[in-house]
Ligand binder design. Sequence first.
Ligand SMILES: Cc1cc2nc3c(=O)[nH]c(=O)nc-3n(C[C@H](O)[C@H](O)[C@H](O)COP(=O)(O)OP(=O)(O)OC[C@H]3O[C@@H](n4cnc5c(N)ncnc54)[C@H](O)[C@@H]3O)c2cc1C
Length: 397
Amino acid sequence: MDYDIVVIGGGPAGLSFACSMFNQNIKLLLVERSSVESISDPQQDGREIALTHQSRKILYGLGVWSLIDEDEVSLLKEAKVYSGSSDSLLDFDAKKSSIEALGYLVPNYLIRKALYERVLQAKNVDIVTGVSVEDVNTSNSGAEVALSDGKTVKTRLVVAADSRFSEIRRKMGIPSLMKDFSKVMIATRMEHEKGHNHVALECFNYGHTLALLPLNGNVSSVILTVSTEDAKEILSLSKTKFNEMATEGFEQKLGQMKQIGERHSYPLVGVYAQKFRATRFALVGDAAVGMHPVTAHGFNLGLKGQDLLSLAVKRALDNGLDIGSDEVLRDYERKHINFSRLMYFGTNGIVALFTNDTSAVKQIRKLVLKFANRFPPVKALITQQLTESKKSNLIPF
Ligand SMILES: Cc1cc2nc3c(=O)[nH]c(=O)nc-3n(C[C@H](O)[C@H](O)[C@H](O)COP(=O)(O)OP(=O)(O)OC[C@H]3O[C@@H](n4cnc5c(N)ncnc54)[C@H](O)[C@@H]3O)c2cc1C
């Protein structure tokens, strides 16, 4: 074999898995189709990733957390959910659980930069950039990965982290459930007059959703979810108009708001692969589970999934077993399905409940929020998930 493992895709999930294999007794090749600059020096992309305590722990264990500038990490201390013009109907507060924060907000480009920096320190990992994987052929005895530069790499295990629209997943014959929400998420950084006290807001207004993630200083990430047809108009609004829209959207709670970052847009499509493995082949990251961002769980799940796969691979290495065997991959798949299924379908349920504006559904969602807020076990489970999850998998933001 040329390499023991080939990872397809140098996004956050692929890089995390490569970090998990840091200085193991195996050779790993990571293939990324975009340029070296795009992964060594990624640019701001408008995504502020809300990391759970568990994700922070995984990143810490990978030696990645210490490579992120701590001044860029913002504490998420409280989260409030609103429906229409009602007062906050659901409120999660770190203070009530005697913890520092519900979660940690870190700009996506800094996570990617730190992951890449860490991978470069691994002696057993090679990276090729500007080359894509064109095809994968696997059998019980081994796998071959065809690259766009004409080379073929022989390996024992192929790990695909090539995005929610994974071409390799399709080529390997793995079907997936896809949900096109016909919505676009627009994210940008804004400055505001008043402090946010590190409280995140999610306002399910009628026709669109407005969210605010508190960053350090009087700065927040503002995220607007709108229909595809409205997105073009909002993206082309002047800064003055956009500022007015945000200021009024948050009912002046933060005073005058001013856009200070670029506006980035993301079409919303959810994906759940029907299998996470095939012969000598595993899916991780969005290629396995591509979440709607409303519960802010995409990368958290990607990190957990790659962690589960790396533990299965390390166990096989310790016991002298074949790292690409069905037994190893079945173990990963079973655990990751258990961890992700409720989260994925639960999130889609939340989206359905909160974006349907018929009056009956509006009433139901108010009742659901009030019930969740007044029924301590529900809140406790959600807070547990954010902070050091035990049972529940659903979190707001
Ligand atoms: C607006 C927004 C907000 C979000 N907020 C949060 C949040 O708060 N918390 C959270 O946990 N998650 C959040 N997410 C989700 C998170 O950003 C994603 O889950 C994560 O980026 C997925 O990483 P990935 O590596 O699986 O895929 P990607 O980032 O899509 O990377 C895939 C990589 O594979 C490469 N590639 C593709 N095909 C090939 C090929 N054939 N050969 C070689 N390379 C290939 C691509 O070039 C790319 O670099 C958010 C997402 C959005 C859109």
